[in-house]
Design a protein around this ligand. Structure first.
Ligand SMILES: Nc1ncnc2c1ncn2[C@@H]1O[C@H](COP(=O)(O)OP(=O)(O)OP(=O)(O)O)[C@@H](O)[C@H]1O
Ligand SMILES: [Mg+2]
Length: 143
């Protein structure tokens, strides 16, 4: 099965490295303007997954959780914008303030943790990714 079919069925990973290699496989399939929403509980592996995307695009800078600055921008073979919307108010001015459209150019991937905190997303969503804890393991699923 290809990576998209496997992700639609749901993939269980038993360590962060496995989760990152799933992200790398998905990265190879993404269109030049890609938006991934990452939903799931605290610690379910969303940021870990973004680290795998960064590896796929040879981003050397370490990926850290952007909780205090809303998003981090990384440059590699593709631009990666990693947003954590957890603390955002649900206000429509957000996108104007972020000015992301002036900062990211194709090929890019915008990966958004806690997308439910945003009033809207100004690009089509490529994949909605769901993360969950399965005992010691983690599950990643695309719906
Ligand atoms: N199979 C796995 N996949 C991903 N992370 C795992 C896995 N097994 C254990 N972990 C651990 O679980 C934690 C996942 O944390 P991570 O920051 O990726 O979660 P998150 O969903 O981004 O959380 P938050 O909502 O707080 O931002 C890490 O400490 C990681 O090492
Ligand atoms: Mg996170």
């Amino acid at each position: 099965m290809n990576i998209l079919d496997r992700l639609k069925a749901g993939i269980i990973t038993s360590n962060p490295e496995e989760s990152q290699s799933v992200a790398q496989e998905l990265a190879a399939t993404l269109p030049p303007e890609a938006v991934l929403t990452l939903e799931g509980d605290l610690g379910a592996g969303k940021t870990t997954f973004v680290k795998g995307l960064a590896q796929a695009w040879s981003i050397q800078e370490p990926v850290t959780s952007p909780t205090f600055n809303i998003y981090n921008l990384y440059n590699g073979d593709r631009q990666l914008a990693h947003m954590d919307a957890y603390r955002l108010e649900n206000s429509p001015e957000i996108w104007d303030e972020l000015m992301l459209e002036e900062l990211i150019f194709p090929p890019f991937c915008l990966a958004i943790e806690w997308p439910s905190k945003l009033p809207f997303i100004p690009w089509p969503i490529t994949h909605k990714c769901y993360f969950s804890n399965e005992g010691e393991n983690r599950k990643i699923q695309i719906k």
